[in-house]
Structure formats: C-alpha cells, structure tokens
Ligand binder design. Structure first.
Ligand code: PLP
Length: 389
C-alpha cells in the first residue's frame, strides 16, 4: 500500500534528540556502559507533596473532564505566580493550562500564525520551534547567533529581520540548548523594537527559576503594560518542579489570544490531565525548598563540566547562566556535530546531542542534569575521544 502522507507531516524532520536517545538506550539494553548527556529533563524526582496532591485527587475520584483550559483553582494559582514572581497582573481568563509547555508553544503558534506570516527565531533554537511554525503554515526566519555574543541576538539583527509579514518573535531565556540568559537591559531593547514594530513576542520562560552566577530572570512582559500587550508567556511545570512526564504547561496571553487558544485546545486535546492539575496547584502553592538544593547541585556540576570541557584540546565552551545545558564549540576538531556525536557514542559510549538539531553544526549539547560521577566519567571519555582525533 502506498500511503499518502500529508505535506505538513512529511515535511517534518524527525527529532535528532530522540534518535540519539533511542540509540543510547538500545546500547544500554545491550549491556554497554553508556554515559548519557542527552536528557532534556531534570534527574531529580518530583517533590513528594506534589505527588501526594495528585494521588489524593486520584483517590478522591477527581478523574473526569475539567474545563478545557484548566481548573479555575490552577488558573488562579498561575495568575498569582505571575503577580508574585514577575509583577504581572493577569486575570485567570488569560491563563491557559495545556499538556506541557511544548503544547502551550504550539497553541500560541497555531492561534497567531498562518500562511504568509514570518516568525523570527534566534538560533541555536529549541528544535521544535521551527517545526511548529512550519506546521502552522508560516515561515521560520532564523537569526544566527554564536558563542561570540553568548548566543544572544543583537538589536541590529532583530531590526533587520522584521518585515511587514513578521508576526512573532520567539524568545527563550534562559535558553535551551545554550544556557544563555539575556540581561534585563538587553531584553528591554529587543522588546522595545517589537513593541515599536507591532510584533508579538512568544517568551518561553520555562527555565525562569534555573539561574546561576547571579543571573536574573526578567519577563519581557513586565517592562510596561504595552510590552505585556505584545507578549505571550509560555511556561510549565516540567523543569523547576521536575514534572516532565506529567504533561502540564501553561501560558499567559492578551485576552483575545487566550480566547482563540481556548477554542483551539477545546477542539484538539481538551483539558490537561485532571489529577495532574491538582499536582500543579500544589507545585505553585506549596513549599519551594527543593529548588535551592537542586540549583546548588546543578551549579556544582556545571562548573565541573565547564572546566573539564575547556581543558580539552580544540574545545571551547562559554559557561551557562541558566537551564541545565552546556553548548561547547567543537568546530576546531574538524568534525560536524552529527559525526562528532555518533563517533563519540560508538567509540566511547557517551551520548550528546548534535548542535545541528538546534541549527548550530559547530556545537554539541550536553545536559548536566545527571550525577557528578556521570559527568566526570563521561567527560574523561570525551577528553580521550577528542585527543584521539
Ligand atoms: C522543556 C522545554 C519546554 C516544555 O516542555 P514540556 O515537557 O512540554 O513542558 C518548553 N520549552 C523549552 C525550551 C524546553 O526546554
């Protein structure tokens, strides 16, 4: 049978991250001692009080459909989170809870972009953004950045990329895959340009709480009511509360956009999991004391990994200021990122993600959401690999 695959699906590139991950898992299953730096998720467990709240909801029979955009209690708790953490006032009706931050991003793009629209995406980018834009029929416009600018877009670059067709500018600070964090001043300049030119900003702030070395998070929406009108904030529970498998994310948007997203969601996925939402309420309203502990641990690992990488011949790496990734430059090894990672996995049983997946073939992504022992073992092997090239 010759199946016809719709253009929109056929045009998608399969996820390289997942390909590497499945190869690493397969090697592990075959008994190989693989060290994995591929994970895009915390290695800590979800805090107990969050699990308890969801378990209680399940035991209490909270197992039916909820309002499509989330239970009022959770939307209210999220609105309060924005007030508390970002000084932003949102009505609960401007908050939409979705099946993960990724789903929130897709909802935003589907509800705001169509054929003929351009979406500006700085590279290195989170690999799903351009694919989502393409799925919506719009055109990704990639702004290349390098380690020379700590992977930050300059105001000149942004200004030059905006056309009458530009609909959305996607910002992700702290960044996956680079770990870079814009300063409030840098953000202000970029946000001002968008406001001036009438461009919406989708600000993916899922790594808001994962910051190091005194870096601060500032939401672009918080500069003024005008900035808030031009911004849709995407966020979720996956990273700061280690809830990747729960599939729970959220967004805050101007009312008309929230309404449109509500309609999209009500006809596609309906509500996110009912009892997971109760866990989300506990995550936002309960104790946050897990976070300093995780941050101290991440930061220790980051320093060790960063020093180790820079000691390797041909490798340079800017330190990350947020999230849990390092993005070393491998261009002086003479290998492309795909070949580098596949040989590293074959020869030394170390899994990393080729930068080409994020639009940057001179780099690879290493996640330090893994134990210090793994980091030391894996980087010793990578050191041997690089020296052998
Ligand atoms: C992890 C992540 C998300 C959201 O992930 P979900 O598991 O869908 O909540 C969104 N944006 C970035 C950049 C991420 O790394």
């Amino acid at each position: 049978m010759n199946y016809k695959i719709a253009k929109r699906a056929a045009a998608l590139s399969p996820s390289l991250t997942l390909a590497i991950d499945s190869k690493a898992k397969q090697m592990k299953a075959e008994g190989h001692d693989v060290v994995g730096f591929g994970a895009g998720e915390p290695d800590f467990d979800t805090p107990q009080h969050i699990k308890d709240a969801a378990a209680k909801a399940l035991a209490d029979g909270f197992t039916k459909y909820t309002p499509s955009s989330g239970i009022p209690e959770l939307r209210e708790a999220i609105a309060q989170k924005f007030q508390r953490d970002n000084g932003l006032t949102y009505k609960a009706s401007q908050i939409i809870v979705s099946n993960g931050g990724k789903h929130s991003c897709y909802n935003v793009i589907l509800a705001t972009c169509e054929e003929g629209d351009e979406v500006i995406i700085p590279s290195p980018y989170w690999l799903s953004y351009p694919e989502m834009v393409t799925l919506a029929g719009a055109t990704p416009v990639i702004l290349k950045t390098t380690d020379q600018t700590e992977f930050k877009v300059t105001p000149e670059q942004l200004r030059a990329a905006i056309t009458p067709r530009t609909r959305l500018f996607i910002l992700n600070s702290p960044s996956n895959p680079t770990g870079s964090v814009y300063t409030p001043d840098e953000l202000r300049v970029l946000a001002d340009i968008c406001v001036e030119r009438g461009v919406l900003i989708m600000s993916d702030e899922i790594y808001e709480h994962l910051l190091y070395d005194g870096a601060v998070h500032c939401s672009v929406a918080s500069f003024s009511p005008k900035h808030q009108e031009h911004t849709i904030i995407v966020h979720g529970f996956a990273k700061a509360w280690s809830m990747t498998g729960w599939r729970l994310g959220f967004l805050a948007a101007p009312e008309p956009i929230a309404k449109a997203i509500d309609a999209v969601q009500s006809h596609s996925t309906s509500n996110p999991c009912s009892f997971a939402q109760k866990g989300g309420v506990a995550a936002l309203t309960g104790p946050q004391d897990h976070l300093p502990k995780w941050l101290a641990e991440y930061s220790k690992r980051r320093t060790v990994a960063w020093q180790r990488l820079n000691a390797m011949p041909g490798i340079t790496c800017v330190n990350s200021k947020g999230a849990f990734y390092l993005f070393p430059n491998i261009s002086r090894t003479g290998l492309g990122s795909r070949e580098f990672c596949s040989r590293l996995l074959e020869q030394e049983k170390v899994a990393a993600v080729p930068g080409i997946a994020f639009g940057a073939d001179d780099f690879i992504r290493l996640s330090y959401a893994t134990s210090l022992a793994n980091i030391e073992k894996g980087l010793e092997r990578m050191d041997r690999f690089v020296r052998g090239l």
